[in-house]
Write a protein that binds this ligand. Structure first.
Ligand code: LMR
Length: 392
């Protein structure tokens, strides 16, 4: 019956984690695969505010949420993104950032006849989500200059200028995945002018809000800039990284619409959600809203954002100096100029495979390293392994 169904390739991120787990070299293998925060001891971290909120929720019931999610959660998350100016925001609680991207693209495919543009290069799952939502052939716009591992802003502008007016353009809000290369604020301003001139629809993937710099307002700035310029941005927000709630699947889709359009847009988003998964899970959303609404827990959460982003920032410096010591004639400047969870090393696929096979170092085939997997214990062997494959 199923002989016509071939085995698909494993997921390049979550599939690789499975391969890592199966590697019997338990003492020396290094996991730089999935973007999930780790302490310097290589352990997952339950944020203190999340722990307190969880204890408070132990007696909560397990009733269904409304289709669009927990009202206290949607209200609180709107404020994180928009500040106080929420009159034109329609918000639906989603199955983390992935669910928000899927829900928004399902809606846009149905009601907004326009091509979709993704950055060249982007999170691999964007292509899966886009295709499953009916965008059979998502287009791409220039982003990273492979030769320099820096943003190719001129080509990005040229590609988006050549896009049909009214196209949907996915942008990474901050801590671009996989490159760690973001636009500067003056570049966002220039981009916003182009979006205005061409009536492009900005769809911000916001998986690292507060995680990139430790400063929520700074990380939200591109969205707010587009909003203030009247560009009606949408945002797909994940609370996996900034709350460490990976498995709870907590997220939100914010759609900026005219006030008189709110009921229709919300109604159809709910209709789509109802058919796909009915209504979202409550536990993680309750944790997030408990933290966001309690001043002490909120302050504790802001501290935790700094703890996580500071550790990653310091680890970048450490990795760079170990690599500079271990290699000659290599420029590692991009390790510290990139931001957020990931470092785009510039290593080739064959070097990455050699690292995996000979040294039990696991990074994505495209050379992406999850910086959270680097720590004071493994940074030296990691730099030595990279130096060894560069010499081969
Ligand atoms: C990643 O890019 O590693 C994370 O966002 C996890 C995922 O779902 O791919």
């Amino acid at each position: 019956r199923w002989t016509h169904v071939g085995v698909p390739p494993a997921d390049p991120i979550l599939g690789l984690k499975v391969v890592f787990r199966q590697d019997p070299f338990t003492s020396s293998k290094i996991d730089l695969t999935v973007g999930a925060y780790r302490t310097n001891d290589g352990e997952p971290w339950v944020l203190p505010a999340v722990r307190v909120a969880t204890e408070r929720l132990l007696t909560a019931d397990h009733e269904y949420l409304p289709i669009d999610g927990l009202p206290a959660f949607t209200r609180a998350t709107q404020r994180l993104m928009y500040g106080d100016d929420v009159a034109s925001a329609v918000t639906v609680q989603t199955l983390s950032g992935t669910g928000a991207v899927r829900l928004s693209l399902e809606f846009l495919k149905r009601f907004f006849d326009a091509p979709l543009y993704l950055p060249r290069i982007t999170w691999s799952n964007h292509f899966n989500i886009a295709r499953d939502a009916g965008f059979a052939d998502p287009r791409t716009y220039a982003y990273l200059d492979d030769a320099t591992s820096r943003l190719d802003f001129e080509s990005m502008l040229a590609d988006l200028d050549a896009a049909p007016d009214g196209s949907i353009v996915l942008l990474h809000l901050c801590a671009h995945n996989p490159t760690g290369v973001d636009l500067t604020l003056p570049q966002w301003e220039i981009l916003a002018d182009l979006f205005a001139r061409k009536s492009l629809l900005p769809l911000f993937d916001s998986a690292y809000l507060g995680f990139a710099t430790g400063d929520l307002d700074r990380d939200a700035k591109p969205f707010r800039l587009f909003f203030e310029k009247g560009l009606a941005p949408w945002a797909c927000v994940s609370f996996s990284k900034n709350f460490g709630l990976y498995s709870e699947r907590v997220g939100a889709l914010h759609a900026t619409v005219r006030v008189e359009e709110r009921d229709a847009v919300l109604g159809h988003l709910k209709k789509i959600a109802r058919a796909m998964y009915s209504n979202p899970p409550a536990f993680g959303a309750r944790i997030v809203s408990t933290v966001l609404e309690d001043p002490d827990l909120y302050a504790s959460w802001l501290d935790s954002l700094h703890v996580m982003s500071d550790r990653i920032f310091e680890t970048r410096g450490l990795l760079r100096s170990h690599l500079e010591n271990a290699t000659r004639d290599h420029d590692w400047d991009h390790i510290t100029s990139q931001i957020g969870m990931f470092c785009f090393t510039g290593l080739t696929k064959s070097q990455v495979l050699e690292l995996r096979e000979k040294h039990h170092v696991y990074m994505l085939d495209n050379g992406r390293v999850s910086m959270a997997g680097v720590n004071t214990r493994n940074v030296e062997p990691l730099a030595a392994a990279i130096a060894a494959v560069l010499e081969d």
